[in-house]
Design a protein around this ligand. Sequence first.
Ligand code: FMN
Length: 176
Amino acid sequence: MSTILVVLGSARPGRVADKVLNYIKADVETRDDVTITVADLKEINLPFFDNEQPPISPDYTITNPQVAAWSEMVKSADSVLFITPEYNHTLSAIQKNALDSLGPDWNEKPATAVAYGWSGGSLAVETLREVLGHLKADVKHDIAQLGFMKDLNPDGSLLDEANVALQIKAAIDEIA
Ligand SMILES: Cc1cc2nc3c(=O)[nH]c(=O)nc-3n(C[C@H](O)[C@H](O)[C@H](O)COP(=O)(O)O)c2cc1C
């Protein structure tokens, strides 16, 4: 059984991220070899990065309990799937901070995303690939990019259910 950590990268009330999570759950329910754990960054409530050392330093020690819990979640998962909204042509601050907060835990971690936005979250995906690449994660190819007014309505409801399911399936296939 492979465990995927699904990370919600939005803290907004009524966030589209919750609907995307439901579409991911619908795919996972069709598989018998995959289980998911949900990491809601709003609930985990990480501090903005405030450690004296950068995470890549050999002297980096996690002292904050929320960061320690986040580290354990990433470490214990076989792979990570980010639910990635696009904010101002890049990642949401809450997701970037979650990436910044850990170092070696990302090393070789299989990672993918389901992104969304007016252009399918393409600019957020660009940053995500760069940051995860820098962190030496094993970034997968088939990141899902769901476009508003094409795949989803801006409230997250489905417009092209078949394409949403296909893209999410392709992303999960690579990390399952
Ligand atoms: C601060 C902010 C910046 C945004 N910038 C973009 C953007 O650059 N590109 C885009 O396609 N959508 C942008 N949007 C619209 C979001 O894609 C849309 O609000 C989406 O629902 C956000 O995901 P969430 O509801 O899960 O937080 C932005 C939204 C916010 C709140």
